[in-house]
Design a protein around this ligand. Structure first.
Ligand code: NAP
Length: 325
């Protein structure tokens, strides 16, 4: 089979796929212009990789495609209705990255509240020459109120850390209520506006969909406490980035920690990178050595299953399988 691999597929997994298939690996290319990519795509049975925009335009150039295996849990890069219409299976890698992403989200909570990157630079740049004043203080995390928007797998793992590790009070907003979370972490369900008004920390961890696109903008930032800290670990498109920049500059909120941006890789002129009260990461939530390898392995398992006519463990569009086999 011909497998088009794109961006992040870990080397041991890529090598194993190469033993069985004709695999071509692409990275940092213009997928609309690159001749080799377009030529290989026209023959490809499967795609494995991260964040390749698989839309109608790309699919028109891939008549043999049977499976698209995303090396991530989020699949906003895949046009699922279009894939389904064309009888192409789509898969993702849920679950195995949950704790790794929750650790990173918590890292952002701690580093924004306690100003860890900023104070690291303060020490390393030789500015620690006399006693510290309140100018250098941070704000507490423990015993504060954490609002989680998107109480799914990762939201749950963040709540676990907050409740058991930091004695935080958990409030949450999701499409549906989660009785287990309410019982286990004494979490309280709230509508979005109340959550924004009451939280000391707001952590956004929904998928990017038509409903969540731009769900946090100017109005929502203004509802937050002026001492509030906003964390985005979901996708850049779930917020209006310019409104976050304005909120940080105007003092509508205290600080923000973001792992994800509207445009990735982020433009070096993006104002968020210039703000002292913002901690920025390069969309690295699931990227520990261990988890990246597990994600690639699971993605390869999904791909192999789909190519051989078995049901992939993480099939997003089961309607396709019903039609195909
Ligand atoms: P999940 O288990 O499917 O959880 C998603 C949660 O979002 C669900 O609780 C869902 O509510 C909620 N939700 C969906 N639409 C909503 C809306 N309109 N309003 C409020 N809540 C809504 O997914 P997960 O595994 O936790 O992953 C969540 C997302 O995290 C991924 O889709 C991805 O975008 C992001 N992520 C980021 C990184 C990173 O590197 N930064 C890594 C992994 C994942 P219901 O349960 O009520 O349906």
């Amino acid at each position: 089979m011909k497998i088009l691999a794109y961006e992040r597929v870990e080397k041991p997994v890529l090598d194993a796929l190469k033993e069985k298939h004709d695999v071509r690996f692409f990275k940092n290319i213009d997928t609309k212009q690159d001749k080799e990519f377009i030529e290989f795509l026209s023959e490809a049975d499967g795609i494995i990789g991260l964040a390749l925009d698989v839309n109608k335009e790309l699919l028109e150039k891939a008549p043999k495609l049977k499976v698209v295996s995303n090396v991530s849990v989020g699949y906003n890069n895949l046009d699922i209705p279009e894939l389904t219409k064309r009888n192409i299976m789509a898969t993702n890698t849920p679950g195995i990255l949950t704790d790794t992403v929750a650790d990173m989200a918590f890292g952002l909570i701690l580093s924004t509240a306690r100003r860890i990157p900023e104070l690291d630079q303060f020490v390393k740049n030789g500015h620690w020459t006399e006693s510290l004043t309140e100018e250098h203080y941070g704000t507490d995390v423990h015993h504060k109120k954490l609002g989680i928007i998107g109480m799914g797998r990762i939201g749950n793992a963040i709540a676990k850390r907050a409740h058991h590790g930091f004695d935080m009070e958990i409030i949450y907003h999701s499409r549906s209520r989660k009785p287990n979370v309410e019982k286990e972490y004494q979490a309280t369900y709230m509508d979005l506006d109340s959550l924004l008004q009451e939280s000391d920390f707001v952590c956004l961890i929904t998928p990017l969909t038509k409903e969540t696109e731009g769900m946090i903008g100017k109005r929502e930032f203004q509802l937050m406490k002026k001492s509030g800290i906003f964390i985005n670990a979901s996708r850049g498109g779930t917020i209006v980035e310019q409104d976050l920049i304005d909120a940080l500059k105007n003092g509508d909120i205290l600080a923000a920690g973001v792992d994800v941006f509207e445009q990735e890789p982020v433009d070096s002129n993006n104002e968020l990178l210039k703000l002292k009260n913002t901690v920025t990461l390069p969309h690295i939530g699931s990227s520990s050595y261990e988890t990246e390898l597990k994600m690639s392995q699971l993605a390869a398992e999904n791909l192999e299953a789909g190519l051989s006519g078995r049901k992939p463990p993480n099939l997003i569009n089961p309607e396709v399988r019903a039609k195909k086999i």
